[in-house]
Write a protein that binds this ligand. Structure first.
Ligand SMILES: *Cc1c(COP(=O)(O)O)cnc(C)c1O
Length: 422
């Protein structure tokens, strides 16, 4: 089930008409389907079969507590990149023993908190970070579990902003230097080297770069093991792409089959396999609903001006990303060509160009596959309160984050007037 289907002329999210949600909650709003999210998680679990494994959802794709709780209940772990994400996971009832901590810039305070709650592993990205983690763990009198994130230097074939596995990217330790780092393991009295990981980029639509990365990283893992390093897991990162337009990304099943095949080929199938999918779990589970405020025709163009802006969903503006746009209510009558734009004072504030739509002012438009890197990357630019988020569960829907108020916009600020001189 896609979770977002037309019944007659109206778009439904599971068993709720999208127009009813917008009528109750207002516009713009993000709407998520619990069923679609659950189905995506189960697709990973089924494909993993008997393989010892842990699916660590990459929280940065969408950190809404209701989604995190849904995944926690399904048995998911979490991949975090900040203490804020850790606090979200804990607040949602996630198990800290199933959390892996990625990112190149972990602070001492973040390390301390993660050690105190007992996360599963730190994905360490530099020798300097190893030294810092060793001393923070030492001060707490504990041992920190460590995996080294290696950089396999492969081209993910994705947008340069979200490619992370090339040697010129800031991520990971060059593969050639990894053995030397592990070789120093004994020097770090408060670290346990338990894993190896990589993550080469996001929105990958082919298996090839994944296979290339695995075929570089796994032989290294096998060598380390033969040299006596007691590895317990391999973390292959995230990055599996989704379909926004006409991409044909591998299915979850095909992707997991490839990973299992490469593990077996390198004799590592007895290790625990950790995956860190973000987009592949949540993208298709969400849409952004937005109302058409004006239709504006100039000599050059016809614009549909909507009430969502690039502050609410930045992917089209930031990456030139294409996302599907449809009317929540199909109406008879000819479609006409529109540039769909928001109210923000930037020409980049465009959701789509030359889209064929049959709409009038007041119509609700639906921006597809907005469950990942949508709300998570939103801002209050132009002093716009962030939209509400809604979770649909069968025939019911729940506001899982209320729309921000104008008070929220100014929270924590104060006015300081120049001192008067007499
Ligand atoms: C962003 C990120 C992910 C998730 O990427 P997706 O493309 O959303 O699957 C996983 N691991 C790390 C280290 C990341 O930075």
């Amino acid at each position: 089930m896609s979770g977002f289907d037309y019944r007659d002329d109206r778009l439904f999210v599971e068993d709720v008409a999208l127009a009813d949600i917008v009528g109750a909650v207002g516009s713009p709003c993000y709407v998520y389907s619990r069923q679609v999210l659950t189905d995506a998680y189960r697709a990973f679990a089924e494909a993993l079969g008997a393989q010892r494994s842990l699916v660590c959802y990459a929280v940065k794709a969408n950190g809404n507590l209701a989604l995190l709780a849904t995944l926690a209940d399904l048995g998911a772990g979490f991949d975090i990149v900040s203490q804020g994400e850790l606090e979200r996971v804990l607040a949602a009832g996630g198990d800290p023993a199933r959390v892996v901590f990625s990112g190149v810039g972990k602070t001492e305070a973040e390390m301390r908190r993660a050690l105190e709650v007992g996360i599963r592993c730190f994905n360490v990205e530099s020798a300097a970070e190893l030294a810092r983690l060793d001393s923070v763990a030492g001060a707490l009198g504990v041992r920190a579990p460590v995996s080294l994130r290696v950089n396999p230097d492969v081209d993910a074939g994705t947008h340069p902003y979200i490619a992370t596995g090339l040697k010129e990217n800031k991520f990971g330790i060059p593969l050639a230097e990894a053995a030397a780092c592990y070789g120093q393991a004994a020097r770090y009295t408060h670290l346990s080297f338990v894993g190896i990981d990589c993550h080469i980029g996001s929105q990958l639509t082919e298996l090839r770069p994944f296979a290339d990365a695995l075929d570089r990283v796994l032989p290294e893992a096998a060598r380390l093991r033969r040299a006596g390093l007691p590895l317990t897991h391999i973390d292959v990162g995230g990055g599996l792409g989704v379909r926004y337009r006409d991409e044909r990304p591998p299915t979850i099943a095909a992707y997991v089959a490839l990973v299992r095949d490469r593990l077996a080929a390198h004799g590592l199938q007895d290790l625990e396999l950790v995956l860190e999918p973000g987009r592949a779990l949540v993208a298709a589970a969400g849409v952004l609903a937005t109302r058409v405020e004006y239709i504006k025709e100039t000599q050059a163009k016809r614009f549909a001006i909507v009430d969502a802006g690039m502050n609410d969903l930045i992917r089209p503006a930031l990456y030139g990303a294409w996302q599907n746009l449809t009317a929540a209510r199909r109406r008879p009558g000819p479609a006409r060509e529109y540039d769909v734009v928001g109210p923000v004072c930037e020409s980049a504030d465009t959701f789509g160009r030359g889209r064929m739509l049959a709409i009038e002012p007041g119509a609700v438009l639906v921006i597809g596959a907005a469950g990942s890197y949508g709300f998570a990357m939103s801002s209050q630019y132009n002093a716009r309160p962030r939209p509400a988020e809604v979770l649909v569960d069968g025939a019911r829907f729940h506001v899982v984050r209320r729309r921000e108020t104008y008070e929220d916009l100014m929270r924590g600020e104060r006015v300081v007037r120049e001192a008067r001189r007499s």
